[in-house]
Write a protein that binds this ligand. Structure first.
Ligand code: PRP
Ligand code: MG
Length: 206
């Protein structure tokens, strides 16, 4: 019985492959995949997709497991089993903007890739805002006047700094997480649980 994993392409991908290697998995076929989107190793089959699509592949049962940022789970609330945090992909949600920004009486306009997280954050604060949904590079929005501020994930803070923005308020920490298809956890338990145990290794948060 082969296990299938949906992996977020990009930063999380590199960190996950390093993590797999440290747990004794053979990662060469994954490291040398080139532009291939589906790769088989001796332990599992792996597909490489965008973060927002990882949960979709797992929810629909195409993949048994997924490696995805908590930011995406917070935004989309997919119907999957959230198994455990992973010790990488650590960043945080923050409200950010120009340091000199002054508060006007009018409604603030907030640009973000995460409209649901943003909506909830401002609802809890009791502030009504207009949300502009963007697909990326949201740090541009306050610079060119599309928005007063942004809600985004901040890792090193380099993108904010290099675009002259600063964190106004921290919202919540974010980490990579291991998710699973609910029925695969039962139907394929004999294959999945030993895999998860090997992945956890020693001293990994459960
Ligand atoms: C992410 C995020 C921030 C940046 C944070 O963007 O949206 O812009 O990384 O990382 P940092 O604090 O280390 O600079 P990404 O590069 O994934 O591109 P995108 O926003 O265009 O999708
Ligand atoms: Mg970005």
């Amino acid at each position: 019985m082969t296990i299938s994993i949906a992996l977020t392409k990009g930063r999380v991908e590199k960190q996950f492959l390093q993590y797999l290697k440290s747990r004794g998995f053979h990662v060469e076929p994954l490291v040398e995949k080139g532009r291939k989107l589906l790769v088989e190793t001796d332990a599992f089959t792996c597909i490489f997709v965008k973060g927002f699509d990882v949960a979709t592949y797992v929810e629909y049962g195409i993949c048994d497991l997924g490696i995805v940022g908590e930011d995406i789970l917070a935004e989309t609330h997919p119907d999957v089993f959230d198994l455990m945090p992973l010790p990488f992909g650590k960043c945080r949600f923050a409200l950010a903007g120009k340091p000199e920004a002054v508060r006007h009486q009018r409604k603030r306009r907030i640009a973000t890739k995460y409209p649901n997280v943003t909506e909830q954050f401002f609802r809890e604060k009791g502030e009504s805002v207009d949300i502009v949904k963007l697909e990326g590079s949201v740090e541009l929005a306050p610079i060119v006047g599309l928005a007063d501020a942004i809600v985004d994930i901040v890792e090193t803070g380099n993108t904010l700094r290099e675009n002259g923005l600063t964190v106004i308020e921290e919202i919540q920490p974010v980490t990579a997480r291991l998710i699973a298809n609910r029925s695969a956890l039962k139907i394929k338990k004999q294959a999945i649980w030993p895999f998860i145990e090997k992945l956890q290794g020693e001293g990994v948060a459960k």
